[in-house]
Design a binder for this molecule. Structure first.
Ligand SMILES: *Cc1c(COP(=O)(O)O)cnc(C)c1O
Length: 218
């Protein structure tokens, strides 16, 4: 089923949209199945779980951290993580920079924007994003590269609301891109809303249950 699900999604999205297969909570065998079907980018939301999977799976996999970050755990992924989606504090950027430096790497990061109306979702305000991008302190962090933004919409089937939330971030992205050429990724859209996110300008979707089936937790 995993192979068929992947194929169906890939056939339905434009070539310029990157598919992150969100494999959190799923066993290594499921990831291997997706890998055998050609998938190379996987997203996890727990650093430890991602590190364990990284150890046993093929080394050409690109690992994306999509979860909320605890600074004290960044060190467990700094040697291999490909992209960190959920940066919502300047302090976290500093820690990523510090750990990346130890491994002589530059780690790509996305700033997580708060676009949902719910209180439960993490994220920076648009003003905070702009402040981080333009600050001298950020410019001093040579071992991180801010390559775009990530947003999670409200959990709703109100299409108009979803559209507004996605398009607000796309607008900010386009606006800031004119001054910050490193911005190239807009990570928006999950199983329930990725077609809409793509039509609103997403370049990277994070899809879990539509590939691997329902999760029991998380
Ligand atoms: C779990 C998760 C996803 C994937 O969710 P699905 O609804 O299973 O596609 C995407 N993004 C984040 C940040 C997640 O935590």
């Amino acid at each position: 089923m995993i192979k068929e699900n992947l194929q169906k999604i890939k056939n339905s999205i434009p070539d310029n949209v990157t598919l992150v297969a969100v494999s959190k909570t799923k066993p290594v065998a499921d990831l291997q199945e997706a890998y055998d079907a050609g998938q190379r980018i996987f997203g996890e939301n727990r650093i430890q779980e991602m590190a364990e999977k990284y150890e046993v799976l093929p080394k050409d996999i690109k690992w994306h951290m999509i979860g909320h970050l605890q600074s004290n755990k960044v060190k467990y992924m700094a040697h291999f993580v490909d992209l960190i989606h959920g940066v919502d504090k300047f302090k976290t950027l500093k820690e990523i920079n510090k750990q990346a430096k130890k491994h002589n790497r530059v780690i790509n990061c996305l700033l997580q924007a708060k676009i949902a109306k719910e209180d439960t979702k993490f994220g920076l305000s648009f003003q905070e994003i702009e402040a981080i991008l333009t600050s001298d302190e950020t410019a001093e962090l040579k071992n991180i590269n801010i390559v775009g933004f990530m947003g999670m919409a409200t959990f709703t089937d109100n299409t108009t609301q979803l559209q507004e939330e996605f398009s607000s971030l796309k607008k900010l992205f386009d606006q800031l891109k004119t001054q910050h050429s490193s911005l190239e990724i807009l990570s928006m859209g999950m199983s329930g809303d990725y077609p809409l996110a793509i039509s609103e300008g997403s370049t990277m979707i994070r899809v879990g249950s539509s590939i691997f089936g329902k999760r029991n937790y998380n």
